[in-house]
Design a binder for this molecule. Structure first.
Ligand SMILES: [Zn+2]
Ligand SMILES: [Zn+2]
Length: 339
């Protein structure tokens, strides 16, 4: 399923085209993976609509890829033919810069994203540098594993950036795929931490409380207690301003979004310095993921275990899955089955 041009989904609801393209050949140190499943992520909407546009078109989207090793390029020796692997948003990084050498390869100038800078997983085959492929714990089915590769891994990175101590209070504003995986992780890693969820829909708030949130309210509600840290997974601005109001002195807001939409940017004008920022409150964004974020999270998810809820679509129905994501028709993570 190929993206040929940038477009707005409210004017074109079939942005991807089903097309035959050649099976790629693995280069030196690469593997060819026969894809079984690829997760559908909100970032694909940002790519299609040009907020984080692919540098070259046409391109195959998708960065939560699960499949088996079909062929190995020269010098590739980490996997055997038939091994099951996953490919996440990080497709490659230079390996030599100060970021790469200090466990921040997500910030590398030469960071390449799967399904944006190179062809991704909405397809039957993909090639990847073998060092950037991940073994998948046996516990997970392919469809369960796919959403862990992005929503889970980036949720894990967001949580790391919170510097949370067990017992400190955490807020989650927005409660989609990533938020619900973070909540499951918190219950395990920080059992004394209370979680407060801000979400627009009744269903999301109810789901949050079923999963153990002590309180769930609307985006603009005040939490009953001020919070040490809040993770924002929404695509807009209002929750940013509202979240700052709910932080304790010295608290940190972690924004887990690759891009924000412009629709409600006017909310930023409501930013009141003493109320929202003074007292050493911080805002930090999350950018990309490292390989260790992905592999550590897969390990933790297997220990807990975390099994995401998912809904399957055939690969050729990718446009339908994307439109439902856009219209927030969400029942668990969306995954494409390649048959
Ligand atoms: Zn993603
Ligand atoms: Zn680098």
């Amino acid at each position: 399923m190929v993206l040929n041009k940038i477009c707005f989904l409210n004017r074109n609801n079939t942005p991807l085209e089903l097309r035959n393209i050649p099976v790629p050949e693995p280069s030196e140190n690469e593997i060819l993976v026969k894809i079984s499943t690829c997760g559908v992520c909100h970032t694909e909407l940002d790519e299609i609509e040009g907020r984080t546009a692919p540098p070259h078109l046409p391109v195959v989207l998708g960065h939560q890829v699960v499949g088996t090793v079909e062929k190995k390029g020269g010098n590739a020796g980490l996997f055997e033919l038939g091994d099951r692997v996953g490919i996440a948003w990080i497709f490659s990084a230079c390996g030599n810069c100060q970021y790469c050498l200090n466990d921040n390869e997500n910030l590398c100038d030469d960071f390449k994203a799967t399904g944006r800078d190179v062809n991704g997983g909405y397809a039957e085959y993909i090639t990847v540098p073998e060092k950037f492929a991940h073994s998948i714990p046996a516990l997970f089915s392919d469809s369960e594993a796919a959403p862990l590769l992005c929503a889970g891994a980036i949720g894990y990175r967001s949580l790391k950036l919170c510097n949370l101590k067990n017992g400190q209070r955490l807020g989650l504003t927005g409660f989609g795929a990533s938020g619900h995986l973070v909540l499951k992780m918190i219950r395990y890693k920080y059992p004394a931490t209370k979680v407060y969820v801000f979400a627009r829909s009744d269903k999301e708030r109810q789901f949050a409380q079923e999963l153990g949130a002590v309180w769930a309210g609307n985006t603009e509600d005040e939490s009953p207690e001020k919070l040490h840290c809040i993770i924002d997974t929404t695509p807009v601005w209002k929750p940013v301003v509202e979240a700052l109001n709910n932080l304790k002195a010295g608290g940190r807001l972690v924004i887990n979004a690759i891009r924000k939409e412009e629709v409600d940017k006017k909310y930023l004008l409501g930013l009141d310095y003493p109320k929202h920022l003074w007292m050493e409150k911080e805002i930090k964004s999350v950018a990309n993921v490292t390989r260790s974020d992905v592999s550590e999270f897969l390990q933790i998810a297997a220990e807990i275990p975390i099994k995401p809820e998912y809904q399957e679509y055939d690969l050729e129905d990718a446009n339908i899955a994307l439109m439902e994501l856009k219209e927030r028709k969400i029942r668990g993570a969306k995954v494409l089955r390649v048959t």
